[in-house]
Design a protein around this ligand. Structure first.
Ligand SMILES: Cc1cc2nc3c(=O)[nH]c(=O)nc-3n(C[C@H](O)[C@H](O)[C@H](O)COP(=O)(O)OP(=O)(O)OC[C@H]3O[C@@H](n4cnc5c(N)ncnc54)[C@H](O)[C@@H]3O)c2cc1C
Length: 303
């Protein structure tokens, strides 16, 4: 049985793992059934070992970071989840660059940038993801995007079986998209290039963004952030509101009253509830406005 082989391999390599782990614990939506196996590599070397071994065995694999953009099936995931948060090293390279592992949280990265009076990442303070997830998604807010300050990214190229480093311009970045959304490769390390600025000014910007988030977003409820991408020429939240869908519910899932772009878990929501709500919102918005809302959240497991 291949999963047993993976277990033996992980034991042999002293890579921490757990069996039958509820994925609701690993995502901000707090929804989802168990993963057959969840591996927690402690560094890039271990992560590459897990990734290549699982791929070699032809077992289903998903990489996750902080789980802040995920909708996990109620049935869970029958394969291996590679939890990349152990890749958490961070280092100042010179007076403008920070190198960090994919598992570093954006919050910690922003704090380090502030500590060294480096500007460029303020927009990301408050996005509850990891560097790996942010690069995969090309996360952005308040006019900033990860691709704007990324110098290079090192990843495991599944085709060549080797580590590769590419500069930002070669990573196919566009709105909430990167090369990795297409390839599913394992992101290991990122170098950010920032600019010197006044420390107090940087801090003020970070605080201002956090204040805006607290004011506008339903942070008191579990969610995966904005459920839908911004369609060309419109805003998802505005379209949803225009269609009178604020507060619409299916089971424990609801279109947030505070921010219509967020679907929230009001308590005990299942993935099925959220999927039904997504469908209802998409159908009504399409019928009333002609806009097709595409999901920004990434699905794990079968629907
Ligand atoms: C309250 C709230 C507010 C949010 N605000 C914003 C916002 O303003 N802007 C924004 O862009 N997003 C926002 N998000 C969404 C989310 O935080 C971002 O998309 C974030 O970048 C996801 O990072 P993560 O580590 O949580 O990734 P996960 O959710 O764990 O994964 C997301 C995707 O990235 C992939 N991935 C993760 N790590 C790796 C890796 N090391 N190698 C390869 N692939 C990897 C996963 O396979 C998955 O497909 C918000 C979410 C919440 C809950």
């Amino acid at each position: 049985m291949p999963l047993q082989e993976i277990q033996e391999f992980l034991q042999q390599q002293q890579i921490p793992f757990e069996m039958e782990v509820p994925l609701s614990r690993y995502c901000t939506f707090r929804i989802g059934g168990p993963a057959a196996l969840l591996a927690r590599p402690k560094n890039a070397e271990q992560a590459v070992k897990v990734f290549s071994m699982v791929r070699q065995q032809g077992i289903a694999l998903e990489i996750i970071g902080k789980g802040s953009n995920l909708l996990v099936s109620d049935q869970g995931f029958p394969g291996v989840i590679l939890w990349a948060m152990g890749l958490d090293e961070m280092q100042l390279l010179d007076n403008a660059r920070i190198r960090c592992g994919a598992g570093v949280s954006l919050a910690n990265l922003c704090k380090m940038a502030l500590e060294h009076a480096l500007s460029g990442l303020e927009f990301a303070y408050g996005i509850p993801g990891s560097v790996g997830g942010a690069v995969f998604m090309n996360a952005g807010a308040y006019g900033g995007e990860i691709c704007n300050c990324l110098e290079s990214c090192t990843f495991f190229n599944s085709e060549t079986g080797e580590l590769q480093t590419l500069s930002g311009k070669d990573l196919e970045f566009s709105y909430r998209h990167s090369r990795f959304s297409r390839t599913g490769e394992l992101i290991l390390e990122v170098v950010f290039r920032l600019e010197k600025d006044d420390k107090q000014v940087i801090q003020n910007r970070m605080e201002e963004y956090i204040f805006k988030r607290t004011e506008k977003q339903p942070l008191e409820y579990p969610s995966a952030g904005s459920t839908f991408k911004r369609p060309a020429g419109a805003y998802a939240a505005a379209l949803i509101e225009e269609c009178g869908l604020k507060g619409l519910r299916v089971g424990g899932a609801q279109v947030s009253m505070k921010h219509s772009g967020f679907l929230i878990n009001t308590g005990g929501a299942t993935c099925k509830d959220v999927e039904e709500l997504i469908q209802q919102v998409q159908e009504k918005v399409m019928a009333q406005t002609g806009f097709q809302l595409e999901c920004e959240v990434r699905r794990i497991g079968s629907r």
